[in-house]
Design a protein around this ligand. Structure first.
Ligand code: NAD
Length: 433
């Protein structure tokens, strides 16, 4: 099939590349001309494990193309995916200006039947708005359907190639047939393609992310209780996670959820609910708990350094909002960095993949090291903010030799407190003090 993907960010590039990998001819469109030029020249623009290899292969085979010209991309395409940003508006609702703007332009360019598929995370009713935006300039036959994306950054290729499920919101028989063909190579093991109405599909994505955010905030509250009652959150986690109804995943406490999805999607669902006069109380608490948790590690640091943080220098391991990505959007590490800097501390950070993005955002606000041990130079203490694998079994002797105060503040519970005791390192983690 010939496919156009509009928006070539984390979702668009993975979507385009994976569809090309199954034999489709894909043209990805982006307004960012520098991005298009890099991608056209074989330079990948995001870090995502496993993506570069299939990106290069499909580029070479001419199954994957990049352009800034929407007309070029959609004239031959049967299917047009929208993978555009839906950032939070000032009031928390999802800003649809990118999606609706592109929809209006598509209306000007359509000359025959095409399926426009929304992969962006959008509020209930957006498919209808997209339809109306297209109809402003086109009165021929077309379908707009909802196909929310559930990939996780860091394992996006795996998630896309073998999705747990594919959700499709449409009642169009023509579109259902094309979607079944398109996704058949991805669900050969029998994972479901779930068809539903478009509103339910739109809500499914928000419900999924909000539920996961709820799990995280719940566990963070349990960790707060553990600290006050002298219980160990690792034991509690294992104790409840072995119950099938609860499940083992998403039960790790930490320094709050971040990234480009959970914070904005929780906010947008609260806002959508309020627009239909429903007060989504649980989600409001989820947000509140997350804001508290994002400050929790700094509270521990302030408790330890009672004299204040002026003139203290911290090594910080991990900036990305989670491991295996270079994405720093709404990363908890950024809250820690900003707060410590405001309190007069200085920081040298290291992240295996996110430093280019962090340098653009932070400039010379903090220093950057070439590796995790270089970050320790002249540091008073170490802060762990992202659970990259390479931070899990560090050389504690090198840490001791470098740090002025032998203390680690671990926001991801990577280490065993008895191991650190043996090394004479003071250790503060989440829900285990
Ligand atoms: P992103 O910011 O990484 O990418 C969006 C891209 O769209 C950018 O490259 C931008 O230049 C481009 N763009 C903006 N306006 C454009 C226009 N008019 N024409 C062409 N290109 C344009 O965003 P993302 O992380 O890929 O997210 C896209 C959507 O998918 C969002 O709604 C998000 O909530 C949703 N989503 C994201 C993830 C994720 O893990 N990142 C997962 C599932 C769903």
């Amino acid at each position: 099939m010939k496919i156009a993907v509009i928006g070539t960010g984390y979702v668009g590039l993975v979507t385009g590349t994976c569809f090309a990998e199954t034999g489709n001819v894909v043209t990805c469109v982006d307004i960012d001309k520098l991005k298009v030029s890099k991608l056209s020249n074989g330079q990948i623009t995001i870090y995502e494990p496993g993506l570069e290899k299939i990106f290069l292969r499909n580029l070479k085979e001419n199954r994957l193309n990049f352009t800034s010209d929407l007309k070029d991309a959609i004239c031959d395409a049967q299917i047009i995916f929208l993978a555009l940003p839906t950032p939070p508006d000032a009031d928390g609702s999802a800003d649809l200006k990118y999606v609706l703007g592109v929809a209006e332009t598509i209306g000007k360019l359509l000359t025959s039947y095409k399926i426009i598929i929304n992969k962006s995370t959008v509020p209930v009713g957006t498919a209808e708005k997209v339809r109306k935006a297209i109809e402003l300039n086109y009165d021929g036959d077309f379908d707009v359907i909802s196909n929310p994306e559930f990939l996780r950054e860091g394992v996006a290729v795996e998630d896309f190639m073998k999705p747990d499920r594919v959700v499709i919101g449409t009642k169009s028989v023509k579109a259902i047939d094309v979607m079944n063909q398109l996704y058949a190579p991805f669900v050969r093991q029998g994972n479901p393609v779930i068809f539903m109405d478009e509103k339910s599909a739109e809500l499914t994505k928000y419900a999924a992310n909000s539920f996961l955010a709820t799990k995280i905030s719940f566990m963070n509250e349990i960790s707060q209780l553990c600290e006050r009652l002298g219980a160990d959150v690792d034991s509690v986690r294992k104790g409840i996670g072995s119950d099938d109804r609860i499940g083992k995943r998403f039960l790790f406490p930490g320094i709050g959820y971040g990234g480009s999805c959970f914070p904005k999607d929780v906010q947008a669902l609260i806002k959508s609910a309020s627009e239909v006069e429903y007060d989504f109380e649980i989600l409001k608490s989820v947000e509140k708990v997350n804001a508290i948790q994002k400050r929790h590690l700094v509270s521990k640091i302030l408790k330890y350094y009672k004299r204040g943080l002026r003139d203290l220098h911290f090594a910080l391991w991990g900036i990305a909002f989670k491991p295996n990505t270079d994405d720093i959007r709404d990363a908890p590490a950024l809250s820690i960095i900003n707060e410590l800097c405001e309190l007069g501390a200085t920081i040298t950070a290291y992240d295996p993949e996110a430093m280019p993005n962090a340098k653009i955002l932070l400039g010379d606000k903090i220093g950057f090291a070439n590796n995790q041990y270089e970050a320790l130079k002249d540091a008073d203490a170490l802060i762990v903010a992202t659970e990259w694998s390479e931070f899990r079994t560090p050389d504690f002797n090198r840490i001791i030799d470098s740090l002025k105060d032998k203390v680690i503040f671990d926001g991801r519970n990577l280490y065993n407190s008895s191991t650190l005791k043996q090394h004479d390192i003071e250790y503060f983690s989440i829900g285990r003090d």
